[in-house]
Write a protein that binds this ligand. Structure first.
Ligand SMILES: [Zn+2]
Length: 223
């Protein structure tokens, strides 16, 4: 039977990541964190944008994937081509330096894009671009610049979907991609619900947890 891959994807690098990442690590679950280099405070304070400073991000995401999300989180559809490419290239370049890596992943800010945005992505280092168009499916991705997630982390049917994923039988690889923001975990109940989900997937031997990039590589979809 083919393999089942699960990737969690969180945007914006907000303060709750400092609580979320240790919880992921406790269950051995990998994730991808999409950051806007232009909004990361270079001093030690959380910014008015509610973003963690670099000093607190540098070691936080070790073992996970740090990926791009544009330099300043605009709606990329509002920009001319040159500006779109600048937003992409600056984010990738600065993240490379800050995290001593080759940044290869991307998520559309606000989830918005058009043909021009996709054209510019082809000129950037991005190997994939995650959308926010929930499919509620586990199909192997077809177009890596239109990487649609299965669902949002707060979807009411998260546990039904998880059970469906566990029960699913297929000869093709299956991919469960979840997206969200750690700031959406507000109440004790939110955190408990999310931890229950992590526990279920960590205990299921047939499921492989990886960052988005790792999962795409394991499915032989990118280099
Ligand atoms: Zn965002």
């Amino acid at each position: 039977m083919a393999s089942k891959y699960i990737a969690l994807s969180f945007d914006d690098g907000t303060p709750n990541d400092e609580r979320l990442v240790p919880l992921l690590n406790k269950y051995g679950i990998k994730a991808t964190f999409h950051l806007n280099a232009g909004l990361i405070p270079m001093d030690d304070e959380v910014s008015e944008w509610n973003r963690l400073p670099l000093s607190r991000l540098e070691h936080l995401y070790v073992g996970h994937e740090v990926a791009a999300h544009s330099y300043s989180h605009p709606d990329l559809r509002d920009l001319i081509e040159e500006e779109i490419l600048d937003e992409l290239i600056m984010d990738f370049k600065i993240l490379d330096v800050c995290f001593k890596q080759k940044t290869l992943g991307f998520a559309y800010p606000f989830g918005t894009f058009d043909e021009r945005v996709i054209q510019q992505l082809h000129l950037s280092p991005a190997l994939y671009a995650r959308t926010i168009r929930d499919t509620h499916q586990f199909n192997k991705p077809q177009d890596l610049y239109l990487l649609d997630p299965t669902c949002h982390m707060s979807t009411p049917d998260l546990f039904e979907l998880t059970q469906k994923f566990i029960d699913e039988k297929s000869n093709e690889p299956l991919f469960f991609l979840i997206w969200g923001h750690s700031y959406e975990l507000n109440t004790v109940q939110d955190w408990e619900r999310f931890e229950s989900f992590l526990k279920i997937i960590s205990e299921e031997e047939s499921i492989v947890s990886g960052s988005i990039l790792e999962c795409l590589r394991l499915m032989n979809l990118c280099s």
